[in-house]
Design a protein around this ligand. Structure first.
Ligand code: AR6
Length: 172
């Protein structure tokens, strides 16, 4: 049984086995949570991302997929990078958003990670409305069939926290 928690905080400060990065397909860094993870984690994460790109992912990581690296100086063992969909009003991309969560947990299971922290994937620069993304994220984790004992959604501000709390409590 996976325990799901929703907390407010900075994901780079979480003491967990693995934290999930809302990356882009280049895996070479960016703004938002991606920028924060690389800044606080230091260059070892980017080095491994570069290696993954050149050895296994010449075209980058596709949307909805996930891949792990070391966590550099972060208080975690691994960073699991996933690429969320860019929100589009007239195109339902919720399956890709769900896939980010199930694929990240599949990678976590392969690693043997038992505690995993997620940010609100796609809800920043990629524009996914929080009230639409939160139920998709929670339903995906609930249906994932993972061995992960704790999934912690780490929300950066009150609005995101409220959206995830609402989604958690409306389908307990
Ligand atoms: N801890 C937790 N959540 C955070 C943090 C943090 N330190 N910093 C930001 N957030 P975003 P996306 C929240 O934009 O929408 C990057 O450039 C933020 O408030 O980081 O998936 C990538 O390289 C928001 O709720 O990710 C891609 O190009 C959530 O994290 C692109 O942005 C996600 O916002 C991905 O965009």
């Amino acid at each position: 049984m996976t325990e799901i928690r929703v907390v407010r905080g900075d994901i780079t400060a979480q003491e967990v086995d693995a934290l999930v990065n809302a990356a882009n397909s280049s895996l070479l860094g960016g703004g938002g949570v991606d920028g924060a993870i690389h800044r606080r984690g230091g260059p070892a994460i980017l080095e491994e991302c570069r290696r993954l790109r050149s050895e296994h992912l010449p075209d980058g990581l596709p949307t909805g997929h996930a891949v792990a690296t070391n966590a550099g100086r972060l208080p975690a063992r691994w960073v699991i990078h996933t690429v969320g969909p860019v929100y589009a009003k007239r195109d339902d991309r919720s399956e890709l958003l769900a896939s980010c969560h199930t694929e990240s947990l599949r990678v976590a299971d392969e690693l043997g990670a038992t505690t995993v922290a997620f940010p609100a994937i796609s809800c920043g620069i990629y524009g996914y409305p929080l009230h639409l993304a939160a139920p998709v994220a929670l339903a995906a984790v609930r249906s994932a069939g993972t061995d992960v004992a704790e999934v912690r959604f780490v929300l950066y501000d009150d609005t995101a926290l409220a959206a995830f709390e609402e989604a958690l409590h409306s389908h307990p």
